[in-house]
Write a protein that binds this ligand. Structure first.
Ligand code: ZN
Length: 134
């Protein structure tokens, strides 16, 4: 794994949270994007070399809606950048890690992504992401 690609934060109200993070970081989001595969709206902020992703549910059965219902707003996942997502999935599976789903899908920000199951990672939802632009 290369680096932490971004930290995902579940929010109830994207507009209010965009304003909050703009005040906090001194700059607005550089992009917002609907991710149909996850039923979420996302917005991305930069702080130096790091990124923050805000996630807002688009329907009550979205994973983000369920997360907020159970745990409230807050840190939802940590994403790691990888060069070859299939290779990382295999490496981690061989080590006994469990995945939410094992086939990469299209995530926000031009990435192919998978999630490890938090039960096998100390309760932390881990995302692996591979840049689709190469
Ligand atoms: Zn993410």
């Amino acid at each position: 794994m290369n680096k932490i690609e971004h930290i995902g934060i579940a929010v109830k109200n994207m507009e209010a949270s965009n304003a909050l993070f703009e005040s906090l970081l001194g700059e607005g989001p550089y992009k917002t994007e609907l991710v149909l595969s996850e039923g979420v709206k996302t917005s991305f902020f930069k702080t130096g070399p790091n990124k923050i992703e805000l996630l807002e549910a688009q329907s009550p059965d979205s994973p983000i809606a369920k997360f907020i219902e159970k745990k409230g707003e807050g840190i939802h996942h940590i994403a790691f950048a990888v060069d070859d997502i299939e290779k990382e999935i295999k490496r981690l599976k061989d080590l006994g890690f469990k995945f939410v789903q094992e086939t990469p899908k299209k995530g926000a920000d031009q990435k192919r992504i998978v999630f490890l199951h938090p039960k096998s990672t100390n309760g932390v939802l881990i995302e692996l992401c591979e840049d689709m632009e190469g």
